[in-house]
Design a protein around this ligand. Structure first.
Ligand code: FE2
Ligand code: FE2
Length: 329
């Protein structure tokens, strides 16, 4: 650090604090504390990786969707997730990390992504449960991020949230159709809800008293609500919807407590959460292996695109020097 930056930092920190205080936005060229930049790079890149890895469990069913209509909807949904990944990688790039660095971190197993995508999708009903529960939890998490203090992240989230609500509805509708079908179909739907319910609650992260970075993120207005608050909100959304569906949420302790104004639940199995997060979930190795394969298979596309861009630049450069030599600016 030079003497100049040391002297300059105080007024810049004050300007930064004022922007945060006023609920305004920090933009890529603005000064920001190094820790704020680092936190955002970590959060946005993890979020981008989650969108991209999240394509796999559902991509698994595109070729086996039960009808043409279901296949078209599922394809659109999985493509949306690819788009979310791209917006988010772009938002992270504005903070000074390259796309290649992020990809490398992911395929080398050094980056984290949402642990929910390390669970398998053995039945069609999983497409319903993922849409309803996983995209539902994503919405609860992401709607407040539309007001995050970093401009490019917040703006990416606005578009993403609109698409997530379509995702949740399509999942709900898959489950509703199954629940109105045969006994075997109802069983399939209930089984999928049983498997995805607890992991979806874990998507909000550890309990507030074990989430040391949350306070700083809330101070910076990246995060607006605590993990437990968001989890409560999510349960409140699920309970009436489960009733409409006719599915049971797999928690015998679940009830509304009038006194505290909170949902009471059984203990969440955080050991499972930490195991999956540490890379020991049922599908971790498979997800990374497939991502690495896709990256290697796509090398020729990246090379072709770079070559095309190079030729384009040569042609443009050539045209410009030609027009300059003719005196046309
Ligand atoms: Fe998404
Ligand atoms: Fe989604």
């Amino acid at each position: 650090m030079t003497t100049e930056t040391l002297i300059d930092e105080a007024p810049e920190q004050a300007a930064f604090d004022a922007v945060i205080e006023a609920d305004s936005r920090i933009e890529p060229r603005d000064w920001m504390p190094a820790a704020y930049r680092k936190t955002l790079i970590r959060q946005i890149s993890q979020h981008a990786h989650s969108e991209i890895i999240g394509m796999q469990p559902e991509g698994n069913w595109i070729t086996r969707a039960p009808s043409l209509k279901r296949k078209a909807i599922l394809m659109a949904k999985v493509q949306d997730e690819a788009g979310h990944g791209l917006y988010l990688y772009s938002a992270a790039q504005t903070l000074g990390i390259t796309r290649d660095e992020m990809t490398e971190q992911l395929i080398e197993g050094r980056a984290r992504y949402s642990s929910i995508f390390n669970y398998p999708t053995p039945t069609w009903a999983d497409m319903g449960a993922i849409g309803w529960l996983v995209d539902g939890a994503a919405i609860c998490n992401q709607v407040p991020l539309c007001r995050a203090s970093y401009g490019p992240y917040a703006r990416a989230m606005v578009r993403i949230c609109k698409e997530e609500s379509f995702h949740q509805r399509q999942g709900f509708e898959i489950l509703l159709t199954l629940m109105q079908g045969t006994a075997a179909q109802r069983e399939l739907a209930q089984d999928a809800v049983n498997r995805w319910y607890w992991p979806s609650l874990m998507m909000f992260g550890p309990p507030d008293d074990e989430s040391p970075n949350s306070a700083q993120s809330m101070g910076w207005k990246i995060k607006r609500f605590s993990n437990d608050e968001l989890r409560q909100r999510f349960i409140g959304m699920l309970v009436p919807q489960a009733e409409v569906l006719g599915v049971t949420l797999p928690d015998p302790e679940l009830r509304w407590d009038e006194g505290s104004g909170r949902w009471i639940t059984s203990e969440i199995d955080w050991t499972e959460f930490h195991e999956v997060l540490a890379g020991r979930g049922p599908m971790n190795a498979e997800r990374i292996r497939r991502r690495r394969e896709a990256h290697e298979d796509g090398a020729w596309v990246r090379e072709a695109a770079a070559e095309y861009a190079r030729k384009q630049q040569l042609r443009d450069g050539g045209a410009r020097s030609l027009s300059l030599s003719k005196g046309v600016a």
